[in-house]
Design a protein around this ligand. Structure first.
Ligand code: ADP
Length: 496
């Protein structure tokens, strides 16, 4: 099976979110399963500064974007782990910029940039010697790819027989642009209707992908259900519900080499299931030193590592600390960056409870690993969570997650109670309502459970042994590809 992956970011080239982890890891995992994979990415300015062996090829071709013609210059890169072929599409006008999408404001011409990229990726694929079976695109940036394949590139021998798969990583980002950007796409205006590319008067690239792709996936089964209703669908719930039969949830894998307490270069002492207590104690000593404490705290360490965004439930965490820090039952450690008001509130609360609450504002990979190793309990009280990775990292390090029952957290964390302890499925503490009292109740249950050393050890041992590797996820993707190939392509509706 020949698979073409088209994504706007992938590790190690460019990353702003979880999409980059998926697009970076899935090709190599698919290769191991015997799928020949080609990955196409934009050649952003930043990809050249990372010491990666990127080489320019002789291949250059023009790409129509509205009435203009933009030239695509093709680069290639071979990485040590066989992730298949990688191409990067260069165009100085589109990609020689400071950031991927513009920050804090999106670039005004993002529609043009990703129309160019989507078409260039297909034009490149069309110039390959062998046809592709599956064209797998990701998120709004490549949402037009299925429409291009069906409407404009259908007669190309290497593309015409392919089936298209779109993976949605987060419904909150849809790529909505004013209607005149329709002229840049090259599509006939007749597709600008409420059943295809239009959404409340605007061009909606994610919607186009949802309508035209042969198969849809998202990053967990529960999120796949949640986005078929409000508020999870962010307005596109009806379109998604209409395609329920073709929508599949596949939980992301994690990089089990980077997140492995047996080999992690970021932690002071390696450990596994058998010496987790020693490993965690040594990590706790290192963390205390890093934070300027004389000695490590012996109380349960309750941690949060992540973006300080409303989605992540940071308001609940602030409430939790205010409710619980005075009790002296636990030590809290927060690492994150994001909303300036939340950052300030966290600094204030840390100053109110010295020795009980530690807050580090910033993005710090080493500290994130050290916290996962040192902590007993990881907080993920998310409002919504398409998949979530931090809870899967926590498992590897023997850290027990406390999560809200939403999205991928439902699919990966099983609440601890008498029954799940008895049947061996317990893996964390789950609460339902997006309320601080519900979070507090779950954290208190976790802290109490931590007091029963033997049971806690059993829980820790079990979560450390779980398999959340990309191999497992890639097998699911391959199944989806096979199902998609076995079915006829989705018909293009003629909307009056
Ligand atoms: P999302 O992709 O929505 O931000 P995930 O749970 O899927 O959330 O992935 C977030 C991961 O990013 C965390 O597990 C953590 O490793 C990393 N991360 C987030 N914020 C920080 C930070 N301030 N410092 C270090 N790592 C961070």
């Amino acid at each position: 099976m020949r698979v073409l992956q088209i994504a706007s970011e992938a590790v190690p080239f460019a990353k702003t979110g979880g999409l980059a982890d998926v697009a970076g890891a899935l090709p190599a995992a698919l290769q191991q399963l015997g799928c020949q994979t080609t990955l196409v990415l934009p050649a952003y300015r930043s990809v050249f500064g990372k010491g990666l062996p990127i080489e320019q090829t002789d291949l250059r071709f023009p790409v129509a974007v509205g009435t203009r013609s933009l030239e695509a210059a093709v680069f290639t890169c071979r990485l040590p782990d066989d992730g298949g072929q990688i191409f990067l599409i260069g165009n100085d006008h589109c990609f020689d910029r400071d950031s991927l999408y513009g920050t804090p404001e999106d670039y005004a011409d993002n529609a043009e940039r990703f129309i160019f990229f989507s078409r260039a990726a297909l034009e490149l694929a069309a110039r390959q010697p062998e046809p592709f079976d599956i064209i797998h695109c990701h998120d709004w940036q490549t949402g037009l790819v299925p429409a291009y394949q069906k409407l404009l590139y259908n007669s190309w021998p290497t593309l015409g027989q392919a089936r298209t798969v779109l993976t949605i990583h987060n419904m909150a980002y849809q790529g909505q642009f004013w209607h005149w950007d329709m002229l840049l796409t090259g599509f006939h205006w007749k597709y600008f209707n409420w059943q295809q590319m239009e959404f409340y008067g605007q061009l909606n690239m994610l919607k186009a992908g949802i309508v035209f792709a042969d198969k849809l996936t998202t990053v967990s089964p529960t999120y796949a259900r949640e986005i078929q209703a409000a508020p999870g669908g962010n307005g596109l719930e009806g379109v998604l519900a209409g395609r329920a039969a073709d929508l599949v949830g596949i939980v992301n894998g994690i990089d089990t080499a980077a997140w492995n307490p047996r080999t992690d270069a970021h932690i002071p002492r390696h450990y596994g299931e058998d010496d987790v207590d020693d490993g965690k104690y040594t990590a706790r000593v290192a963390l205390a030193a890093r934070l300027g404490h004389a000695a490590p705290d012996t109380r349960p360490l309750v941690a949060f590592v992540g973006r300080l965004a409303e989605q992540k439930g940071v308001g609940l965490i602030l409430d939790l600390i205010n409710r619980m820090a005075g009790s002296g039952l636990a030590h809290f450690m927060i690492l994150g960056t994001g909303d300036p008001a939340v950052e300030q509130a966290l600094r204030t609360v840390a100053a109110s409870y010295p020795g009980t609450v530690d807050v580090v504002i910033g993005f710090d990979e080493t500290l994130a690993h050290l916290i996962q190793a040192a902590a007993d309990i990881l907080l993920m009280p998310s409002q919504y969570e398409p998949c979530g990775l931090a809870q899967l990292y926590a498992f590897r390090y023997g850290t027990i997650p406390v999560v809200r029952a939403t999205g991928g957290l439902v699919d990966t964390v099983i609440d601890t109670n008498d029954q799940t302890l008895a049947d061996g499925t317990a893996s964390g503490f789950v609460f339902e309502a997006f309320e601080s009292a519900a979070l507090e109740e779950a954290v208190r249950r976790a802290v109490a459970a931590r007091g029963d050393h033997d049971r806690w050890r059993e829980l820790v041992r079990r979560v450390m042994g779980q398999d959340w590797s990309w191999q497992a996820s890639a097998r699911r993707y391959r199944e989806v590809y096979e199902q998609t190939l076995a079915a006829p392509p989705v018909a293009v509706a003629d909307v009056e």
